[in-house]
Write a protein that binds this ligand. Structure first.
Ligand code: ME8
Length: 651
């Protein structure tokens, strides 16, 4: 089966950021999965260079546009390489192979009467590269809710594309093909928009020279959006190229919701006019928003240096976080704090720890050799069935462009693997020679689980198989998706090793020392604090995965009394507390200083997670954690009103 997937081609007016990276990573994960399934995949990305805003940015840097974009395009290529993006081609719209196709198409549309010459009088938003009529403006500014910037009045001779002629045909197509625009909410928006009436589109400009010349009237350059959309076929060598014949129509054009309109109107109408089949799906995902409010975007200046983030956390972790946090059809939030939390909980703890502890047991109980397994029990059968259902669910979710849900399923398997360790208690089996056969089965199953996890993670985090491979004697076992529910692949007798943790925990204290919170807080303006409070208070946090009563009972919660409280020097969030728990006095560091003055806490009876591993914060060892409820900017420490003695259990 052939499978053709594309990302938008990005404007190289500044370096790529986390938002831009999301679409490319999501497309990459889908492409990788299809390849692992055996499909013949073509995955395209690139850069959209003939935009007016490129000239403006280049001018502001005193550079000519060519040199300017060359520099930024290199950054895109470098970032995609660091993020392990497996694109098959990278198209630049300043390449001759693209220009030729755009000119041919413009000619053809003109010759068949779909493009005609007239005069444009109206508004233009350069940041959005969009024409607007007077009645669409919002208070005289760009009506795009993410823009709202000044628009410019244009009056120039232009060529127009007869969108209106194709309006009814397009509408019927969208209505008859419910999968064409996804999710359904975007499809409905598009239907409404088209029903409102399509005006012919201005498709050339004369007030600057940067761009692809209209072949029969070279004082005009082609409007950047018509030019850009054509990349999806010019890269394949339309009209005669082998790749075009093989891969078109695209299986999915993946993009953010901001540009679904261009892909659902201008692009299909261009294709209809040329008598070319339409892409199978146009999918518009949500945006990454910053916790401080607003879309992560170059113009808002709220982007973090992606290269620095990769240096700090690694490409797999960034990929995992971005794929996991963008729920289907809605916006996602990005913050470095959330990223660190996810790395520590999902990657270091759930996944990494499973791999290290099980391999350590094979080293300890079987000299590092995979044993010959004995008879399966219900537990092994259950794991095998789960691997099949997870495999199918991941495929389905990825076809529906929903990597977050696909990863949920993968993590169901990760959790089940961890539970299997707790259920089988190999440390007890190892004490009893009569249980040797059972222990062998369990240890063997561990290695198979690791192998399968390597396959499940491969599309999302291609570095994971690379990290697991040397631990399983350098065998290449992770590229065939269908082996994710085949068991018994690993040969008994194979040597394994524990190695380094595949995802080391991030030391939050060290990170805080590198970027003290008070600095970050100072940088936050009052307005952005307010926005942050609004953003945070809007949504109830997602419910976590179900746990059993046994798992819950592992928590040791105790009543403690605060004896002393003081601020931790050089921080604005941390309080150091001395608490009494029965006969014992403990030191606790708690991030509640923005909500409580030290003296407000002294004498209060609060609840402590008493069996949490001690952690060092700002050089102070914190021996537990105080419970507090929080939403948005609100936070309250849970306290007791009755005089229950300290040390009492909370159940
Ligand atoms: O629109 N969250 O290029 P562009 C999620 N050249 N995705 C985001 C994002 C965010 N905060 N910010 C950007 C263009 N994106 C045109 C496309 S295609 C023929 C021409 C992603 O550089 C998302 O995919 O402004 C969005 O649609 C795209 O970057 C816009 O990139």
């Amino acid at each position: 089966m052939k499978y053709y997937i594309t990302t938008p081609i990005y404007y190289p007016n500044s370096s790529p950021h986390i938002g831009t990276a999301y679409t490319t990573i999501a497309a990459d994960a889908i492409a990788r999965l299809r390849r692992m399934k055996g499909d013949d995949v073509f995955f395209l990305t690139g850069t959209d260079e003939n935009a007016q805003k490129i000239i403006r940015t280049a001018e502001s840097c005193n550079m000519d546009p060519h040199s300017y974009v060359d520099g930024i395009v290199e950054k895109f290529r470098e970032l995609w390489k660091l993020l392990n993006i497996s694109n098959d081609d990278f198209i630049r719209t300043t390449e001759e192979r693209h220009e030729k196709v755009v000119q041919n198409i413009f000619n053809r549309l003109y010759e068949q009467g779909d493009i005609y010459k007239s005069e444009y009088e109206g508004w233009y938003c350069t940041p959005c590269e969009t024409f607007w009529t007077q009645n669409k403006l919002a208070d005289g500014k760009c009506p795009n809710p993410d823009c709202g910037r000044e628009v410019e009045l244009l009056k120039e001779e232009s060529y127009f594309f007869k969108l209106s002629k194709y309006q009814d045909r397009l509408l019927s197509y969208i209505q008859e093909n419910p999968d064409f625009i996804q999710p359904a909410s975007r499809r409905n928006e598009m239907i409404k928009f088209i029903e409102g009436g399509l005006e012919d589109l201005c498709v050339s400009r004369t007030t600057f020279k940067w761009g692809i010349k209209v072949p029969f009237d070279p004082k005009h350059v082609v409007y950047v959006w018509l030019d850009a959309l054509i990349n999806y076929i010019s890269a394949l060598g339309y009209p005669d190229g082998e790749k075009y014949k093989k891969y078109w129509p695209a299986d999915v054009h993946l993009m953010g919701k901001d540009i679904v309109r261009f892909h659902s109107i201008i692009w299909p109408i261009t294709l209809m006019a040329l008598d070319i089949p339409l892409p199978k799906k146009v999918f518009g995902h949500g945006w990454y928003l910053s916790r401080e409010g607003g879309k992560i975007s170059k113009s808002r200046g709220n982007v973090q240096d992606s290269f620095e983030l990769i240096r700090r956390y690694g490409s797999d972790a960034i990929r995992y976080f971005l794929l996991k946090e963008m729920q289907w059809g809605v916006d996602g939030y990005y913050s470095e704090d959330d990223l660190v939390e996810k790395i520590n909980s999902d990657l270091a703890n759930d996944l990494g720890n499973f791999v290290s502890r099980t391999l350590a047991m094979i080293v300890k109980y079987n000299d590092g050799k995979i044993p010959v397994p004995g008879q399966d029990t219900e537990l092994e059968k259950e794991l095998k069935e789960l691997s099949s259902s997870v495999k199918q669910a991941v495929e389905d979710k990825m076809l529906a462009c929903d990597p977050a849900a696909a990863l949920e399923f993968v993590w169901q398997f990760v959790s089940r693997c961890n539970k299997y360790v707790d259920e089988t208690t190999p440390w007890n089996l190892a004490k009893d020679p009569a249980s040797r056969d059972r222990l062998n089965t369990v240890l063997y199953t561990f290695t198979e689980c690791i192998r399968i996890l390597g396959i499940f993670c491969a599309p999302f985090m291609p570095g994971v198989p690379e990290k697991i491979k040397p631990l399983l004697n350098n065998q290449d076992l992770f590229s065939d998706w269908d082996q994710a529910d085949q068991w018994g692949v690993l040969q008994p007798g194979t040597h394994v090793q524990k190695g380094e943790p595949i995802f080391p925990r991030i030391d939050v204290a060290a990170l805080m020392a590198e970027n003290p919170p008070e600095q970050a807080a100072e940088q936050m303006t009052e307005a952005s604090k307010e926005q942050k409070a609004q953003v945070k208070s809007q949504a109830m946090p997602e419910l976590k995965e179900e746990i059993s009563i046994e798992e819950f009972s592992k928590l040791d919660l105790r009543v403690v009394k605060v004896l002393e409280a003081e601020k931790v020097e050089k921080t604005d969030k941390l309080l150091k507390l001395k608490v009494e728990m029965g006969q014992e006095i403990r030191t606790i560091v708690s991030g509640i200083a923005l909500h409580y003055k030290p003296e407000e806490l002294v004498g209060k009876k609060v609840i402590l997670v008493a069996n949490l591993k001690p952690a060092k914060l700002r050089g102070i060892v914190s021996q537990g954690m105080i419970l507090a409820a929080s939403q948005g900017e609100l936070l309250e420490v849970l306290s007791l009103s009755k005089d229950i003695p300290t040390g009492a259990q909370v159940k």
